[in-house]
Design a protein around this ligand. Sequence first.
Ligand SMILES: [Zn+2]
Ligand SMILES: [Zn+2]
Length: 177
Amino acid sequence: MRIIIHQIGKLNHPDVLSHIQRELERIISLPCFVDEEVLPLIPEAKAGERYNASIILHNLPVKGDRERVLGICDVDLFVPGFNFVFGEAQFMGPRALVSLFRLYPQFWGEPPNDTILLERAVKEATHEIGHTLGLRHCPNKRCVMHFSNSIWDTDIKSALFCPSCEAQLKKNLLREG
Ligand SMILES: [Zn+2]
Ligand SMILES: [Zn+2]
């Protein structure tokens, strides 16, 4: 099993891909690569100023059956029924998506801060990849699988799995072989 990271459209923070790659490898213990090919933001996903996360997600290219594909974009994402989402993923499926758009401190009226942005991006990326590996939302507020309803939830949780999610992840990865 390996994780492939794809840039989708233009990113305002160029270092984020290699940072997510290194941290995911450390946290999930799977080989992780950044694909050089930048995918276009598909126009069908655009709805006013925002983009439909589900449409972008389903269009992520998957090349092998033993990989997870993580798309990173920088546009405001929504799914029908939710005003905005930080990301989306296919449960036990190959595709995950995260947007940086609402992870910048300046989006929330705070001064720009690369460290905070990168921490948030790693948490959301780990969370969405966790769903693709069969993890559901966790009640533990410090666990990376806790649902982020707001950026404050993201800041409270750590980038790591709680012992229970960690054990489930190991079990699921063993089953995948
Ligand atoms: Zn989730
Ligand atoms: Zn947990």
